[in-house]
Design a binder for this molecule. Sequence first.
Ligand code: GLN
Length: 486
Amino acid sequence: MAVSGKPLNERPAHELTASILSGNITSRQLVEAVFHCIRATNPALNTYITLNESEAIRKAEEVDARVSAGDPVGPLAGIPVALKDLLCTRGLLTTAGSRILENFVPPYDATSVARLREADAVIVGKLNMDEFAMGSSNENSAYGPVRNPHDPTRVPGGSSGASAGSVAANQTVLALGTDTGGSIRLPASFCGVVGLKPTYGRVSRYGLIAYASSLDQIGPVARNVRDAALLLNVVAGHDPRDSTSVDLPVPDYTAGLEAGVAGLTIGLPSGYFGQGLDDEVRAAIIGSVEVLENAGAEVREVDLPVACHPACSVAAYYIIATGEASSNLSRYDGVKFGRRTEGHDLIDMYCRTRCAGFGEEVKRRIMLGTYALSAGYYDAYYLKAQKVRTLIRQDFERAFESCDLLAAPVSPTPAFRIGEKTSDPLQMYLSDIYTVSVNLAGIPGISVPCGVSADDLPIGLQLLAPAFKEDRLLRAAYVVEQELIR
Ligand code: GLN
């Protein structure tokens, strides 16, 4: 029965789809292996908030019946996919990692979820995350912290910590995460899996609970580059329900994977290799850039003066993101949905509901954002941050005039310890130093495993490309994966 000898839940999606179609294995066997693994490991890792087991088994049986009858099935037929709990799922609890949505059962599916269902994927369950995606360590969840499968005393990264952790622990084959300032790439690098943040507008945000609407993107998390491409194929594309989704054709992202990097120019932004970068991370990144060079890429240094400057990028990001969050989160008032705490009048009810429903970090962001948007300070903070955002975008545009890709670290260090940064929000925000500019510019980025530290902790290489060049990212990541990981 075994194709590669590995347990079913550990195999690549692209192998499993072939095995299911040929009748070598059934989706039901695969889904049972996944739930078996979840039962064994979830108490320690705390990755799933909600399991969808009976529905998953029913869907697997439906796929198996269609395969044996010779009926057509979708591209992810019978493949287990887990979802960050920020994506609305019809009839299935969706908490955003928050108490305030502890009872929220959406009446509709996010477009990305609907596309997974049409592709005949099996929805395994909903994954833990930092509350409303605010965090870099997955310690800001109302449902408890997630632990890194490589070392349970360490964080998995955030905010999609469980998207990366569940994939790394073989508790699912694929997962969706979201990335507003690094939340797919950072956990992917800490957990040793592949995570891709698509171009802003590539994947519909309809049904994605909003954090910072001008930055949020949904993207794939997988154990290998080809699987990430398969999942992106399914969720990418225009959606009339999201006016910011772009009406451009979606290429087959698996088609050009093996094209290599010969003839491509890769830029190394010098500002991303300066002070504060851990030596082991630096060595791993430089080593993987050499791999790309040996495969025929030309490497050169580039300067991104604003994008690489934390006083510009991290500051602008935390003003824009918190400003948008303070506006987006005003809808949680205990009236139409979510948790309510009664009060003696309407205003008192709002106050009590929001006091009891939101966690510390979310309250901090709402206050910061409201302050930055307030009449007397708008020009000094929000408007200025928008100007910096334009300069960051121009930095990347200039770099991409002479380079096809940029290579950088994802994070200054490998996964840090649980509790290490929780008392110092600024230290936590600085974990995002290499990721936030990418969201401000709207361009795509990928994290691909490129080495391990002396403590056996994974290290990720970040590759960046011009808007809508996800195919180029995947192609280069595939070279690194083939050379370094197998
Ligand atoms: N760590 C960043 C933040 O807390 C990014 C989060 C994200 O990408 N969702 O805002």
